[in-house]
Ligand binder design. Sequence first.
Ligand code: THU
Length: 138
Amino acid sequence: MVKEQLTRLIETAVRQTGYAYAPYSDFRVGAALLAKDGRIYTGCNIENAAYTPSNCAERTAFFKAVSEGVRDFEAICVVGGKGGRLTTYTPPCGVCRQVMMEFCSPKDFQVILAVSKDDYVVYQLEDLLPMGFGPGNL
Ligand code: THU
């Protein structure tokens, strides 16, 4: 991915933290999911008074895209922090990794964890979910 595109993805994810609905944890997460056609789908975490119905930022972005017929993805950027202060990387939870596994090639899909446009790390999905169970296992 070219640096310009990476920067745009990070900036989009950071902007999304402003939409996080996180009254219980105050941990505000933003995600920007890049589809192979170049479109970016956004997400934030959406919590719930009953706790378990809460949805992570990554899954919000995936479900928005898939619900619009888009299933081919290149990368996702995730940022987050208490009170929206971005100080450390926010790795996706196990459930979100499994959702990525459903739609993305573990060897190609890139997961970008960022603090700012100059401070980020890039993983492949297979690094985050080794020997994951996916559609190919059925
Ligand atoms: N959260 C995400 O949205 N994505 C992650 O990668 C980690 C956790 C959310 C879930 C919950 O609303 C809050 O962060 C604290 O766990």
